[in-house]
Design a protein around this ligand. Structure first.
Ligand code: NAP
Length: 520
């Protein structure tokens, strides 16, 4: 039984061990296919200082008593609770986010899969309670005086502020790492799609699988939350570059020096190698991936391909092939038979996308766009072709089913165009030439967080340009925010202080033993 059986629902926060609603009418959450209000959320009047203090005290203490393996077991239990109600989550994702079943799977199954992955790699850390970082080294003439680097868990709360496009995955990909690290989670989902996150948190709280205080949820706007952060807390933010900058510049956040990780927007690219033939496997794989990235989640993925960088010699053929494929996309209510792309999250988001297309139109021509879509939040997949060297196609992130094809002369030109994104989360390179792929990866790696390399041997098996895997780091330099998440155990470091421990060998060894898994 989901919350959608009685609409509209007043979403409750879970703070200081109790469910509570804020005052006033709150913000409306809608079904983007119909415009119907399905829920409201308000944080007005909630005591966020007390809620943070509760998590910092009760939650941090409870998690701090556990080893990595014990916390990993908690993640496994959370995954089981969520897995048991997968159909409910998919139904909410359809109603509140306009997700098709395939879109919902990326969010919901991605969340559950990430929890399971961290449960597994956390179990392998056994009874350890600290992170190891290399061997102890002699520091002086006296061999008894040694030093080692060790990760010590921070003492505060993990504040997770998430974007609207992944209410499930965004919540749990961050929570999995934080809980494994021993940090109590204080999640603040984006209000527009907060229903899924709130219902999932309620299921986990009701199942009593986490220690008290280990998980809090704030529904509604952020309020004065950031005025109450303390040293030892961390803020992991995902959303627009503008909001990320506001958080970084928040006076109290700056004054306390709490860590801030920003996953922001990005004008990601896909690059088709020079001298690619139109009938080649690389050409087909490239076209398929651009279309998939434009239409998956209706283009509302931070990693989605926004720029398709192709050799000038075959630009027209690429445009024609992408446009042909886009003409098969069926846009509509994701609950309806045959629909392959749902609406964007709201009518407001549709307006923002249309304004973005308008801005890009100054230096592009439209190669594909349907004009027969009406109502609420439906947007046509839109393919643009860059006409001149205007910077705007490298600057504007249109957060919807929109991409621009840009022609290049040679490899150096292609690399320079990719770098004009100012730092991106992901780039994919398609070539039938393995040597080119290796060289491109190194050059493009300087300005990208992730590089996907596709030749015919992985054309059918690769996981996709836009899919974030828990074993690989997620984040990019420059305008992408400069943050880093996931990446297996690498993600744990955000919640730990790396400390240089110097002292007598026996004492240092006692500390080092706490970084080691128990012997089987
Ligand atoms: P957004 O408007 O920046 O909002 C993100 C989050 O910040 C929401 O929870 C929002 O709360 C909160 N927020 C708003 N004002 C705040 C403030 N002054 N202080 C603290 N938090 C504040 O972004 P969005 O529209 O939800 O998401 C779309 C954007 O996110 C796109 O640009 C996309 O590229 C980016 N994104 C990036 C990644 C990544 O991993 N790099 C992933 C997904 C999305 P309310 O909803 O209550 O306003």
């Amino acid at each position: 039984m989901t919350a959608l059986h009685a609409v509209p629902v007043a979403i409750e926060s879970y703070l200081a061990g109790a469910f509570a609603s804020g005052g006033g009418e709150g913000t409306s959450l809608v079904d983007p296919s119909s415009g119907e209000v399905i829920a409201t959320a308000s944080s007005a009047g909630l005591d966020l200082r007390a809620a943070l203090a509760y998590a910092r005290g009760i939650g941090r203490t409870a998690l701090g008593r556990l080893s990595f393996a014990e916390r990993a077991a908690l993640l496994g239990s959370v995954a089981d609770v969520l897995q048991a109600r997968r159909d409910d989550w998919n139904a909410i994702a359809q109603r509140n986010s306009g997700n098709t079943p395939r879109d919902a799977a990326i969010d919901v199954d991605g969340a559950i899969g990430t929890l399971k992955y961290y449960a597994k790699i956390g179990a392998a850390l056994g009874a350890a309670t600290l992170l190891g970082d290399g061997d102890a080294q002699r520091l002086a003439r006296d061999p008894n005086f040694v030093g080692v680097h060790v990760g010590v868990p921070l003492a505060g709360v993990a504040i997770h502020i998430n974007a609207y496009n992944f209410p499930a995955w965004g919540l749990w990909e961050k929570a999995a790492v934080a809980i494994l690290a021993g940090a109590p989670v204080f999640a603040k989902p984006a209000t527009a799609t907060a229903l899924l996150a709130a219902e999932m948190v309620r299921a986990v709280i009701d199942a009593q699988v986490l220690p008290e205080g280990a998980l809090s949820l704030l529904a509604g706007s952020v309020g004065d939350l950031l005025d109450h952060v303390e040293l030892g807390d961390v803020i992991a933010f995902t959303g627009s570059a503008e909001t990320g900058e506001r958080i970084r510049l928040h006076p109290h956040v700056r004054a306390t020096g709490v860590r801030v990780n920003v996953e922001a927007d990005s004008v990601n690219a896909a690059l088709l190698a020079p001298a690619t033939a139109v009938a080649s496997p690389a050409f087909a794989a490239f076209v398929r991936e651009v279309v998939r990235e434009m239409t998956s989640k209706s283009g509302q993925k931070c990693t989605a391909i926004r720029r398709a960088i192709v050799p000038n010699a075959i630009k027209d053929a690429v445009v024609e092939a992408i446009a042909r494929s886009l003409s098969d996309v069926v846009v509509g209510d994701p609950g309806a038979e045959g629909v392959s792309m749902g609406p964007v999250v709201s009518a407001g988001q549709r307006t923002a996308i249309e304004a973005g297309i308008e801005a890009l139109s100054r230096s592009t021509r439209i190669a594909f766009r349907r004009s027969d879509l009406a109502g609420e939040a439906f947007v046509s997949p839109t393919l643009l072709v860059a006409q001149d060297d205007d910077a705007i196609v490298h600057e504007i992130e249109v957060f919807g089913p929109v991409a621009t094809v840009i022609g290049y002369d040679d490899a150096a030109h292609a690399y320079a165009l990719a770098a004009r994104g100012g730092g991106s989360l992901a780039i994919s390179v398609f070539s039938d030439d393995a040597a080119f792929l290796a060289d491109a990866a190194v050059v493009l790696g300087a300005t990208h967080g992730r590089v996907l390399l596709v030749d015919p041997s992985v054309a059918e098996s690769h996981t996709g340009h836009g899919i974030v895997l828990p074993s690989c780091t997620h984040g990019g330099p420059g305008r992408a925010g400069g943050g880093e998440e996931l990446g297996g155990l690498r993600g744990l470091w955000f919640y730990h202080q790396r400390v240089a421990m110097q002292g007598p060998a026996a004492v240092v060894d006692t500390i080092v033993q706490r970084t080691k898994p128990a012997l089987a």
